[in-house]
Design a binder for this molecule. Structure first.
Ligand code: ATP
Ligand code: MG
Length: 406
């Protein structure tokens, strides 16, 4: 009898060549998450994770954070014969009082008994040994038996996985992460669609305190459990903001800043080969997120700008932030850089020609280079060797976020 965790990926969306790529990525991600003391074995439509130390509880907790998994079962694997199936079912029901059911499935159709015959035989053994009543409609506990190629898996629990696609299956992106509620949730939704994410945070330093940096750092550290090896670039942005204000941006201040942010983020994306940017914009949520304003930022973005929260209500975003554990950090007070130099009446219909005029006045190309060069790279989740090896032109050692230079 071997204790293991059975991992099942949603099969519906997986066809043809995509499927093997998906499974290979899922295996790599599982390996990274669960460490070397666990064997990862391929079975028909499932992966069996077998911990050296037999601690399936701890293993389950870690494996649950791997994206692209539909359901997990803490399970035991036993020999592929009816007697072993009976014995394990009895063991799984020994502490149970009340009715039970046996559900069986054969992935190996050559097994001597049909699914039904196996269920009947095992049910009879349980009744004989433990005297429990069968109830197929509303059982107090169900023992699932899956006849696989080499063994029978038995379990009583189904633990929902997070679904989605394995991180990395869809490529790489750079997430613009503020200290706010939305952007960490946007990052999670992007990862859940298979994007490996690195992060950039613009701080108002030297004109603001370090609070927003710490919040971004803490949230990236939390989100790192879904992928490992996350980079966070901290970009001092205050002087660039001042230059925009000095060019007379007025009501367009925030929009001009946003355009500069996406340009700098795209510059940083070159360091990892990321092919898209991600923001926490939700349509119509605040003045800067009207359709004309989203279009005005898009106009400046050298890479596709993905907005996973576009159709979310605030309440939905908050619920997801709470589930992830980013909400309490995001709620802490900070001085968001966007508030610096902002006009009391923000433009809700930014005109792209006016924004371009401001950008000519500040020599935006040169400013992008200067701001990007000031980025400090940190690794909130620690260095991940494999992730580092996959990055293009990766550089920079792990460090803690420094206090801003005043
Ligand atoms: P959030 O809660 O993510 O801050 P929000 O609803 O407050 O979002 P805005 O402040 O208008 O909206 O920001 C919209 C998006 O722009 C953010 O979700 C984020 O992706 C990006 N952004 C805003 N400020 C910053 C920043 N200081 N650093 C990095 N990205 C930022
Ligand atoms: Mg914000």
């Amino acid at each position: 009898m071997t204790r293991c965790v059975l991992v099942k990926y949603g099969e519906l969306a997986l066809k043809g060549r995509n499927r093997s790529r998906f499974v290979a990525q899922l295996r790599r991600n599982l390996r990274r998450r669960v460490g070397s003391g666990v064997a990862i074995e391929q079975r028909a439509g499932a992966l069996a994770l077998v911990p050296d130390d037999g601690d399936t509880g701890a293993l389950l907790d870690r494996a649950r954070d791997v994206l692209g998994i539909a359901v997990l079962h803490p399970a035991v694997a036993v020999a592929k014969d009816p007697d072993a199936a009976c014995a394990v079912a009895v063991a799984l029901l020994r502490d149970h009082r009340g009715s039970f059911a046996i559900r069986t499935r054969r992935r190996d159709k050559r097994f001597a008994l049909t699914s039904r015959e196996l269920a009947v035989a095992v049910g009879a053994a349980v009744q004989r040994e433990l005297g429990l009543p069968v109830d197929l409609d509303n059982p107090g506990r169900t023992v699932y038996l899956e006849v696989d190629e080499r063994e029978i898996f038995a379990y009583t629990e189904r633990v929902a996985g997070r679904g989605g696609l394995p991180v990395g299956a869809s490529g790489r992106a750079v997430v613009l992460i503020s200290g706010g509620i939305d952007s960490p949730v946007a990052a999670y939704r992007a990862m859940r669609r298979g994007l490996r994410c690195d992060f950039v945070h613009f701080s108002g330093e030297p004109f603001t305190g370090p609070e927003s940096i710490y919040k971004a750092y803490a949230n990236v550290r939390n989100l790192d459990r879904f992928q490992g090896g996350s980079r966070l670039w901290i970009v001092p942005f205050g002087r660039a903001q001042r230059a925009i204000a000095a060019a007379g941006a007025g009501r367009l201040q925030v929009m001009a800043q946003r355009r500069l942010m996406v340009r700098v983020a795209a510059r940083l994306a070159e360091r990892t080969g990321a092919q898209a940017l991600v923001t926490g914009d939700a349509l119509g949520q605040v003045a800067s997120q009207t359709l004309p304003n989203l279009a005005a930022v898009e106009d400046a973005a050298p890479l596709p700008l993905l907005r996973p929260l576009l159709g979310f209500d605030k309440a939905e975003i908050v619920a997801q932030a709470q589930e992830l554990g980013t909400f309490d950090v995001s709620r802490l007070p900070d001085e968001d850089c966007c508030q610096l130099f902002s006009h009391r009446q923000a433009e809700t219909r930014a005109r792209i020609d006016e924004l371009r005029r401001i950008e000519r006045a500040i020599d935006v190309e040169e400013l992008v280079e200067r701001v990007a060069a000031g980025a400090r790279e940190v690794r909130p989740g620690g260095i991940d060797e494999e992730a580092a090896a996959h990055a293009v032109g990766a550089g920079g050692a792990a460090e803690r976020p420094g206090a801003p230079v005043r």
